[in-house]
Write a protein that binds this ligand. Structure first.
Ligand code: NAD
Ligand code: UGA
Length: 481
């Protein structure tokens, strides 16, 4: 059986970088080259100081330090890397299409197709092509069709090996995955050999019982479905959070009660301002599009609701801020703590913060933002990309701060939008003292201790709990006593 010695990964992003770093660490005999057309990104991966690599991911700098220029290389020489590799991972972006057929729903496979054409045009030896990007079911057939029509005699095997890492915990997820999924042509000897070659790589650190091999279509569809199920849980608990706010139930208590049922499980039941990230929405839209394209309208409608509920959650969070501040936020300073879509990442794609900021700016609020990891320019480009107003207006209405206390000074309200750990240890009394009164605190992540915040004097609103103020608590305490 052939042992792979040389790997190329096309796409040096949030998936390509960390996954290849871990493969390089665990398989020192394999040379791994990660290539990208974005020369700035490659330059950042090659930054001498590993703290300056382009993505923030706990544990990654240490691995990069160990393997970079040992058997892991970052390069813009795509053709050379393709030619040298026996196995090529495609790990490029597959965002939702913003034009033409399937606009706003289907995955844009433009970059995938470009990769396939480039591989087809330069490859001069047989290759195993691994789909690492998340792709619509049956994309492998498209790849095969492009790759096999070059007529130069080079043979390609196509595998699907979707990535299940979550940002912020990517290294832990890669080192200790729940499962590794490999889809390939099990009917064919060369297909089976290709599957085995990839299994052998993962076997270096993943127990064999966690390596699943399936047919290609099952693998492609499992990835989309896994994200859809995870997002569905968040939307389900968020739907219940609104009911809690009306009925006096507490969503944390409800989630706890549900999660202790081993059939339900406790993960992904944290009610929030809404899920973000580059994948949940795009992958569900993609699933909806595929279902529609097969005429499965009920299936499509069912999954679409996960996104409808998420949009509703983000909107109602922002609307609640406006309503609570006496129906107007015009000219009021509102501070957003957190811009990343979750903690421990500098990724902001589809972050709820973007929608909340946009909503509040439309209500003429003055927004202050503090995030410990997101760069100022990223925050502005996220807002600009909505094309809701001019770039200049965004810079006038939103200011970015590097100090959280400065960001909160003279604010009418603070909204917590990312669950960064450091927010928990702030001097909240100091923050309260320098705010305009009444001082409102909207906890979009249920991160802070309600009672503590009420005692400090905040008007405190969390997700999925009845609105409470210090006064109400005192009356209740008196009754109980
Ligand atoms: P990303 O945007 O961070 O990185 C993709 C990279 O591919 C970019 O740097 C881009 O310049 C490069 N690229 C695009 N076309 C290229 C080409 N023709 N040649 C060379 N480089 C090219 O994207 P990502 O977050 O790493 O996601 C990649 C894929 O993995 C997507 O399909 C995504 O759905 C999937 N995925 C992402 C995550 C995640 O946590 N981000 C997790 C699992 C799966
Ligand atoms: C998600 C999946 O968890 C990964 O398995 C998958 O590989 C990845 O998408 C992908 O395909 O890109 P990721 O988006 O990085 O990973 O992060 P998650 O931890 O899933 O969080 C997604 C969003 O849901 C975040 O905004 C998070 O704050 C939110 N969330 C998550 C909640 O609001 N409540 C929860 O209980 C869990």
């Amino acid at each position: 059986m052939k042992k792979i010695k040389s790997i190329c990964c096309i796409g040096a992003g949030y998936v390509g970088g960390p996954t290849m770093a871990v493969i390089a660490q665990k398989c020192p005999e394999i040379t791994v080259t990660v290539v990208d057309i974005n020369d700035k990104r490659i330059a950042a991966w090659n930054e001498k100081n590993v703290e300056n690599i382009p993505i923030y991911e706990p544990g990654l700098p240490e691995i990069i330090k160990e393997v970079r220029n040992r058997n892991l290389f970052f390069s813009t020489s795509v053709n050379e890397a393709i030619q040298r590799a026996e196995m090529i991972f495609i790990s490029v972006n597959t965002p939702t299409k913003t034009y033409g057929l399937g606009k706003g729903m289907a995955a844009d496979l433009k970059w995938i197709e470009l990769c396939a054409r480039q591989i087809a045009s330069v490859a001069n030896t047989d290759k195993i092509i691994v789909e690492k990007s998340t792709l619509p079911v049956r994309t492998a057939a498209t790849l095969k069709s492009i790759l096999t029509t070059t007529g130069n005699g080079v043979k390609f095997q196509i595998l699907s090996n979707p990535e299940f890492l979550a940002e912020g915990t990517a290294i832990r997820d890669l080192l200790c995955p729940d499962r590794v999924l490999i889809g390939g042509d099990q009917e064919d000897r060369e297909g089976r050999e290709a599957i085995q070659a990839l299994v052998d790589i993962y076997r270096e650190w993943v127990p064999e019982t966690r390596i699943l091999t399936t047919n290609v279509w099952s693998s492609e569809l499992s990835k989309l479905t896994a994200n859809a199920f995870l997002a569905q849980r968040v939307s389900s608990i968020n739907a219940i959070s609104e009911l809690c706010e009306k009925t006096g139930a507490n969503v944390g208590e409800v989630a706890n009660a549900l999660g202790m049922d081993s059939r339900i499980g406790s993960k992904f039941l944290n009610s929030s301002v809404g899920f973000g990230g580059s994948c949940f929405q795009k992958d569900i839209l993609n699933l909806v599009y595929i279902a529609k394209s097969y005429g499965l309208h009920e299936v499509a409608h069912y999954w679409e609701q996960v996104i409808v509920m998420n949009d509703h959650q983000k909107r109602r969070f922002a609307a609640n801020i406006t309503r609570s501040l006496y129906n107007t936020v015009a000219g009021k300073k509102i501070t957003l703590l957190g811009w990343a879509f979750k903690k421990d990442t500098n990724d902001t794609r589809e972050s709820a913060a973007i929608s909340v900021a946009d909503y509040l700016i439309n209500e003429q609020a003055d927004i202050a933002v503090y995030d410990p990891r997101v760069e100022t320019e990223k925050i502005y480009s996220d807002l600009d990309s909505l094309e809701t107003r001019t770039d200049l207006e965004n810079r006038t209405k939103l200011k970015v701060f590097s100090d959280p206390y400065e960001a909160c000074k003279d604010a009418h309200a603070i909204a917590i939008l990312t669950e960064w750990d450091e927010f928990k240890s702030y001097d909240w009394a100091r923050i309260y003292n320098c705010m305009i009164k009444p001082a409102f605190l909207f906890d979009g992540r249920n991160l802070l201790d309600t009672q503590k915040m009420l005692n400090l004097g905040f008007v405190f609103r969390s997700i999925g709990a009845e609105p409470r103020s210090a006064k109400v608590v005192k009356i209740r305490t008196a009754k109980v006593g």
